[in-house]
Design a protein around this ligand. Structure first.
Ligand code: FA5
Ligand code: MG
Length: 454
């Protein structure tokens, strides 16, 4: 198998993923532990919470209108993942600090939208769902993992085949066939932003976009109402602390390069507004480039892991990857009968142990606060710290936080301090094990990032 050691080498060798060989070049940055996840397919594993969640969501998008694709390979081209969707050449998501590359033109998909270009052209049904594993270099905590799962959905109408070419009428006719719900929805007007998120007036009328948005919103509201009512019902039965509150959902304006207008759907659950999905009216360029210029419609993408965590009250995202029977056996039989859904009962947690590591950045590098707590700079990226810690500690690292940063008043040199929390889900770590891991983390940070450990 491949190692992540030779990222600076230009020599090409092959790497095999799910039985297919791909040439590697100096862009390659996928650690063995991440590569090993490409064959797991948790969304297809019987009675796995990710798979159960997928089935609940699929039940709201029935065939034959929707066709399900659950076995697409995670290796896609840079073109499919970014260019085909209109991501600009300098988009930060393309950076090697954020995305796992096999080579310059090939990567592990960062979202299921990577399959839009292929599916918009070859259409067997007016709608589809794609469920799959997706990969992102990211921070380390109990809700972030370098691999997670998304479900993408899309629905189109074809001007060439609807009666009288009247898209709005056809969409409203389909909307009338959908069930209704009685959940409170906040949907502030105007529902789009004239510059950032304009209507696509070159390609369709405002009335057509409005009809598509109405169908999109109802479809997705029905999906989240299904999931969250099940979560509430399970919690009400089993969780003595559960506060029963009416469900509320709201639409928030969002931006994606491949939809306009675009929204995120948030759900008020257990005292917080949670972002659950992104969506919008698909950009007409995608339909045109796919050779289907007379089609128009909507698309959405939802994360399965966060939904599953909430549905089953699973406290740590690493548990999904566990083969521990104490985890997996709790869901046995549920996929045969979704009404058997019950909350996860945590087994005893082993003690955690935290250790700090402080280091000086190389004097040439500049680190500045970026998105969230990510530290971005020319030579230093926080995701590289996260990746090294995951490489050494694997699933025994629970959380990494930036505990402190400091600039020397005269030299201007910058020092960072990270707090690493080690905890195994399976057993108690010995002091020696934790110390050894921490020493290896320090050594690798110094060797790979050129930082000076303090
Ligand atoms: C996307 O990935 C877009 N492809 C979604 C989309 C599809 C928009 C089609 C329009 C049309 P985003 O990065 O926001 O967007 O992720 C979508 C969802 O995936 C989020 O709402 C969240 O539910 C989930 N998600 C994103 N990042 C993570 C993460 N690190 N861990 C777990 N879930 C995540
Ligand atoms: Mg988002």
């Amino acid at each position: 198998p491949a190692t992540a050691e030779n990222t600076s080498s230009k020599v090409t060798s092959n790497i095999t993923i799910n039985g297919k060989a791909f040439p590697r070049d100096s862009w390659f940055n996928v650690p063995d532990k991440v590569l090993a996840h490409t064959s797991r397919k948790l969304h297809l594993q019987k009675d796995h919470p990710i798979s159960i969640t997928r089935q609940i969501l699929e039940s709201k998008f029935p065939g034959p209108t929707y066709h399900y694709h659950n076995d697409f390979d995670p290796v896609v081209s840079t073109y499919e993942n970014f260019d085909s969707l209109g991501f600009p050449p300098d988009h930060p998501g393309r950076a090697r600090s954020d995305t796992y590359y096999i080579n310059k033109d090939t990567l592990l998909r960062t979202h299921t939208s990577a399959h839009e270009a292929q599916l918009f052209g070859a259409r067997a049904s007016p709608g589809y769902l794609v469920s799959a594993d997706v990969y992102r270099r990211d921070e380390v905590d109990r809700s972030h993992y370098p691999v997670f799962h998304q479900m993408e959905g899309a629905r189109v109408w074809d001007r060439a085949t609807v009666p009288n070419g009247d898209i709005a009428a056809a969409v409203y006719a389909d909307l009338a066939k959908l069930p209704t719900h009685d959940i409170e929805v906040e949907d502030p007007h105007p529902p789009f932003h004239a510059e950032r998120n304009p209507l696509q007036t070159d390609h369709h009328s405002a009335a057509e976009a409005e009809a598509i948005a109405a169908h999109l919103k109802r479809s997705l509201e029905l999906m989240v109402v299904e999931v969250f009512s099940r979560a509430q019902a399970a919690a009400r039965l089993q969780d003595p602390d559960f506060v029963d509150e009416p469900l509320r959902v709201r639409w928030v304006e969002a931006y994606f390069p491949f939809t306009s207008p675009s929204w995120e759907l948030e759900v008020y659950y257990a005292g917080d507004w949670l972002e659950v999905l992104g969506c919008g009216v698909s950009k007409q360029e995608l339909h045109i480039n796919a050779g289907a210029p007379s089609q128009l419609g909507w698309a959405f993408g939802i994360g399965l892991d966060r939904i599953a965590m909430l549905l089953f009250q699973i406290p740590d995202i690493r548990l999904f990857w566990s083969s521990d029977a104490r985890f997996l056996d709790q869901f046995a039989g549920v996929s045969g009968d979704l009404s058997k859904l019950k909350l996860f009962v945590p087994f005893s947690r082993h003690p955690s142990c935290y250790k700090d590591v402080s280091f000086w950045l190389p004097s040439t590098s500049s680190a500045a606060g970026g998105n969230d707590m990510a530290v971005r700079g020319q030579n230093f990226h926080e995701n590289d710290v996260m990746e090294i810690i995951r490489e050494v500690a694997g699933d025994t690292v629970e959380d990494v936080t930036l505990a402190d940063q400091y600039s020397h008043p005269t030299t201007g040199r910058k020092s960072m301090c990270y707090r690493i929390s080690y905890r195994s889900l399976e057993r108690t770590l010995t002091n020696k094990e934790t110390n050894d891991m921490h020493l290896r983390v320090k050594a690798l940070l110094a060797a790979r990032l050129g930082v000076m450990i303090r």
